[in-house]
Write a protein that binds this ligand. Structure first.
Ligand SMILES: Cc1cc2nc3c(=O)[nH]c(=O)nc-3n(C[C@H](O)[C@H](O)[C@H](O)COP(=O)(O)OP(=O)(O)OC[C@H]3O[C@@H](n4cnc5c(N)ncnc54)[C@H](O)[C@@H]3O)c2cc1C
Length: 466
């Protein structure tokens, strides 16, 4: 019997009411249970505990600490760096904490810590409402929220954390607290961008916002060679557009799916993916200038129920693809930087690989840089370079492209990067990302997790400690 097998056995002995929910090496289903979204990640935890209640989470933490074993907390398992799993660790898998309760009178939704966004979107759509999240429905609420949350509704309704009104958190000592503006306010401040550093969030409470029965959404595509004029249009048009219009820029390859005309399949394009919370007439009026830019290949904006928009790319970015991530915040899309995007966009190494520029403005700018842990409120864009391919044999090619693209554009960046778009880039990058908020985060960490029990994340070191 190996050392790692014995930890799972010990867990079954010491946590008898959870014994059916513990998976260790050698158990059926172990490989499935340890697999995360990124197929490049191949880690072998000592045990995985599938939790369904606050008590389960608390007991699992106590067990891991008593056995001096690292803890990895898994929400949706989407993290690029695979931070929901770690070698030899005890994984606290939250997928069983998946209740979603909408309060239509208060415009709130209470969400279990292991939910994915699709579960939330479907529930709130019943009332024509949504909480801002990302662009893929299979992403975990936990990781996305704790890192900030950027997506289709950022300009209108802010980051995901700007809609967070409270969270139930199991701390490193196994106790549970509620964090909100009035209770544990420093913890609440830290949770809004500081990642999973402070405890396990078993429940989030969010404000919801009107999105109607359908939003007006879809892409405009241009030949990739027209990147310079499209990007210049993007940088000038967006700040003048009303907040209920959102658009993110992409360098991409048109996937060979029915949704797009066959003649565009596999063509490299630059694109803007629009989402307008408004009527068809309004979207047509607001997007009229788009048709004057370059020679659009396709303008596919139409009414889509919000959950439909959120799951539009799910089939493309399925679990198990090889993924390599690099990212930056960007203050200014200078002409020189645009030339770098043209050069590297044309070198997209595979159909799935892409570069996205998400706007951080509108409602996201209403909140100050020190009001929440998410520091880069003054940035204009979050850039993510995403090398992706199904074939492990192409892992080096997508990594080399991603790093080459980042090396070329990073000198024009604002410094740090959105934590949810990073892999493991070291402590200096984490500090650069939190800037002046880092020291305050380190003090909150020292108060709520002085022994750095929760360190499988973009780690904040406790102030004055290890
Ligand atoms: C295809 C794809 C598209 C994406 N698109 C977007 C996007 O549009 N916008 C955006 O903002 N992000 C996006 N992301 C990034 C995403 O926000 C991060 O990958 C995020 O970390 C995923 O959260 P998760 O819960 O699924 O991940 P996990 O891997 O489960 O967890 C990530 C981190 O969060 C911690 N964590 C998770 N849940 C909890 C919890 N309940 N309590 C405490 N800690 C927790 C984990 O310990 C880990 O450190 C995308 C990712 C992918 C793969």
């Amino acid at each position: 019997m190996t050392a790692t097998t014995s930890l799972a056995d010990a867990a079954r002995r010491e946590l008898p009411d959870l014994s059916e929910s513990i998976v260790g090496p050698g158990d059926p289903g172990y490989d499935e249970a340890r697999a995360v979204h990124n197929g490049m990640i191949d880690r072998r935890p000592a045990a995985i505990v599938r939790c369904e209640s606050v008590g389960d989470v608390s007991r699992a933490i106590g067990f891991a600490r008593a056995h001096d074993t690292a803890i990895a907390v898994r929400g949706g398992g989407h993290n690029g760096g695979g931070l929901g799993v770690a070698d030899d660790a005890l994984v606290i898998d939250l997928a069983g904490l998946d209740d979603v309760v909408v309060d239509p009178d208060a415009d709130l939704v209470r969400v279990g810590g292991g939910c994915t966004w699709g579960q939330v979107d479907r529930a709130t759509a019943e009332y024509g409402r949504a909480t801002p999240s990302g662009i893929i429905s299979t992403t975990g609420v936990g990781g996305l929220t704790l890192g900030g949350g950027l997506g289709h509704l950022t300009r209108g309704y802010g980051l995901t954390v700007d809609s967070l009104v409270g969270a139930d958190v199991v701390l490193a000592d196994g106790s549970q607290v509620h964090a909100s503006a009035n209770e544990h306010p420093e913890l609440f401040w830290a949770l809004r961008g500081g990642g999973g550093n402070f405890g396990v969030v078993t429940s989030f409470e969010f404000r919801t916002h009107p999105v109607g029965a359908a939003v007006m959404a879809g892409p405009t595509f241009w030949p990739i060679e027209q990147t310079p004029e499209v990007m210049r249009f993007f940088r000038e048009f967006l700040p003048t557009a009303p907040r209920h219009l959102n658009g993110f820029f992409a360098e991409m390859t048109v996937p060979p799916v029915e949704l797009f005309p066959e003649e565009l399949h596999m063509r490299k394009v630059c694109a803007i993916m629009w989402c307008i919370v408004g009527s068809e007439e309004e979207a047509t009026r607001l997007l009229a200038p788009v048709h004057e830019v370059g020679t659009p290949l396709l303008h596919g904006v139409g009414p889509v129920p919000f959950p439909g928009l959120q799951s539009l790319f799910d089939g493309l970015y399925v679990k198990g693809l090889q993924c390599y991530w690099r990212a930056d915040f960007v203050n200014e899309l200078s002409d020189e930087l645009i030339e770098r995007h043209l050069e590297w966009g044309q070198k997209l190494p595979s159909m799935h690989s892409t570069m996205h520029l998400y706007p951080i403005d509108g409602a996201a700018h209403d909140v100050g840089s020190t009001d929440t842990a998410f520091s880069y409120r003054d940035a204009q864009f979050a850039e993510v370079i995403f090398g992706v391919d199904p074939d492990p044999a192409n892992a080096d090619a997508i990594r080399d492209w991603c790093v080459g693209y980042w090396d070329a554009t990073h000198p024009y960046s604002a410094g740090g990067a959105y934590v949810n778009f990073m892999m493991d880039e070291g402590q200096e990058r984490v500090r650069a990302t939190y800037r002046d908020n880092y020291d305050r985060l380190a003090r909150v960490k020292a108060q709520y997790d002085p022994d750095n029990v929760f360190h499988v994340n973009q780690n904040i070191h406790p102030a004055g400690g290890a």
